[in-house]
Design a protein around this ligand. Structure first.
Ligand SMILES: Nc1ncnc2c1ncn2[C@@H]1O[C@H](COP(=O)(O)OP(=O)(O)OP(=O)(O)O)[C@@H](O)[C@H]1O
Ligand SMILES: O=P(O)(O)OC[C@H]1O[C@](O)(CO)[C@@H](O)[C@@H]1O
Ligand SMILES: [Mg+2]
Length: 499
């Protein structure tokens, strides 16, 4: 996908999204029907100005570049579809995520109530449903209360993506708006669908709504479902804490999702305050010796009589196999760690009681919480406004709190990860006082889940590289400005333990 860069005065750069007019000149346009709707037309500045854009980096240096801007979402005065011309479809792909049903509901209600579009189809069972399943009609009545349920009423799947068959099905069914709800893999697929649609010269808007409890989509502030997942994780952590503090030398161990990105574990830890140690894929850890996990567990048990550990599924990565979409599938790191800790303390003859809690699927199968429900509504309505206005080949999402249209290529390149040299991880270290596992004088290693040791020496140079490579990423932390706090780094590059 070719970037569509628009430059302006004073170093202004807009990373724009594709539009029908880029490849289909002279399409008819219509006044936006919202102009006649009293709920909207009385609202001052309800319609978005063509030149409104949102800056990617909220924090700017006096003499620094202005950075990239994205097109602001919202209704336009002109639309590219007459209401009865629209045939929309909605598909959900990848793992479950709280809020999927809310987005489906709000797409259906928004298309109907705002734009009078009544021809809406649900594609069942993910991408393969385009060519292997029948569609279901979706109306406001059918979707009325689905947001109260977890999962997706349309079903989902991994794998089964065949571009030509999907686009053939779009053409055969006369679909001209495609709303695709899913994670990074799904949006990669959506990007290819858009390319094929464009190649065939079709007037079909392809708009992605990024979902994932893992929060691994870059650029946007956060993905829907993440808040709910963090909130739901509290219940497991509370249980682990209650179990641990009720016995002598109690250890509670909770495994949370996070294949490559440890955001759920990090935020659940920060929210809870009962967690003594959080282990994530981005921060290699080791068990033995000074500064290792065993030493820390022993110390906490001596000081407090109990402790809680949260571990993300991809921490200490050891890939077992691949799933249907080609994603890594892991051995159970929680089981491995509980075995290792028990064995270590048995060897040194300290009686501990370890309870392992694995709430992973419970966390993502719940309905969205209040704030995710609101967020899902905004995303769905933004997607509709964009498609109606002729924008395509993009996702919708918040950048610095303002909803934008972001070209697909921007989000499929590199996943969003916790940057361990950022302030947010430092805040966590300050809150838990856990070891940083960054000891430049020791060969820090990730201990594999099958007793294999994967050596990965963390050097000061690597830290600096990490800092450099992440300094430009925008949404590595939800609430942070992504600047490395120099105070956190000692001169030799290690992060000091907070006492
Ligand atoms: N590079 C790709 N090109 C085309 N399609 C893809 C690509 N990667 C994944 N897909 C398709 O997208 C769908 C969902 O992908 P995947 O299983 O990776 O989940 P996801 O969207 O990343 O969601 P999550 O990982 O958050 O559960 C699958 O049908 C898969 O075949
Ligand atoms: O068992 P499934 O459905 O493949 O889902 C597991 C994956 O889902 C995710 O939460 C992403 O949705 C990953 O963190 C996790 O590895
Ligand atoms: Mg994914």
């Amino acid at each position: 996908m070719e970037p569509k860069i628009i430059k302006g005065d004073g170093g202004y750069v807009l990373d724009d999204v594709p539009h029908f007019s880029d490849y289909l000149p002279n399409l008819p346009t219509y006044p936006n029907p919202l102009q006649n709707n009293p709920s909207y037309s009385v609202t001052k500045q309800y319609f978005v100005d063509f030149d409104d854009t949102v800056v990617q980096r909220a924090v700017q240096h006096k003499d620094g570049p202005r950075g990239i801007h994205f097109r602001r979402q919202g209704p336009r005065q002109k639309v590219y579809f007459a209401p009865d011309e629209v045939k929309a479809c909605i598909v959900t792909c990848g793992g479950l995520c709280p809020g999927l049903n809310t987005v489906i509901r709000e797409l259906v209600c928004g298309l109907d109530y705002m734009y009078g579009c009544k021809n809406i189809l649900g594609i069942q069972g993910g991408y393969k449903g385009f060519y292997a399943r029948n569609t279901i009609p979706l109306t406001p009545k059918i979707v009325d209360s689905i947001h109260k349920r977890g999962g997706t009423i349309l079903g989902s799947s991994r794998g089964g993506y065949v571009t030509s068959k999907i686009v053939d099905s779009i053409v055969d069914r006369g679909i001209n708006q495609v709303y695709i709800i899913g994670g990074d893999g799904t949006q990669k697929g959506a990007s290819v669908i858009y390319e094929e649609v464009r190649k065939r010269g079709l007037k079909v808007a392809v708009v992605g709504i990024p979902k994932t409890i893992d929060n691994d989509i870059p650029i946007i502030d956060k993905s829907f479902g993440f808040d709910t997942a963090v909130e739901e994780a509290q219940r497991a952590i509370n249980a682990a804490h209650t179990e641990a503090e009720s016995v002598e030398n109690g250890v509670g161990l909770v495994k949370l999702m996070g294949r490559d990105s440890g955001f759920i574990a990090m935020y659940a830890t920060l929210a809870s305050r009962d967690v003594d140690c959080c282990l994530i894929p981005e921060s290699p850890f080791y068990l033995e010796g000074p500064g290792g996990l065993y030493e820390f567990v022993g110390r906490r048990l001596r000081d407090n009589g109990h402790m809680v550990i949260v571990i993300a599924e991809g921490a200490g990565e050891k890939v077992e196999e691949r799933d249907a979409s080609g994603n890594k599938a892991f051995k159970d790191v929680g089981l491995w760690l509980s075995h290792m800790i028990k064995e270590h303390f048995a060897q040194i003859k300290l009686n501990i009681t370890l309870k392992y809690i694995d709430p992973t699927y419970m966390i993502r199968a719940v309905p969205a919480n209040a704030s995710d429900n609101v967020y899902c509504t905004i995303l769905a309505q933004s997607a509709i406004h964009g498609a109606m206005a002729g924008y395509t080949g993009c996702i919708v999402g918040p950048v610095n709190g303002r909803q934008c249209y972001i070209p697909f290529y921007r989000i499929v390149d590199k996943p969003n990860k916790v940057v361990i040299t950022d302030r947010m991880w430092a805040r966590l270290l300050s809150s838990t006082n856990q070891p940083s596992f960054m000891n430049p004088h020791k060969e820090a290693f990730i201990e594999g889940k099958q007793d294999e040791m994967v050596l990965s020496k963390i050097t000061a140079e690597e830290l600096t590289e990490n800092e450099k490579s992440t300094g430009t990423s925008t949404s590595s932390s939800l609430l942070d400005d992504n600047h490395v706090d120099n105070q956190l780094l000692t001169t030799n590059g290690s992060t000091p333990l907070r006492k």
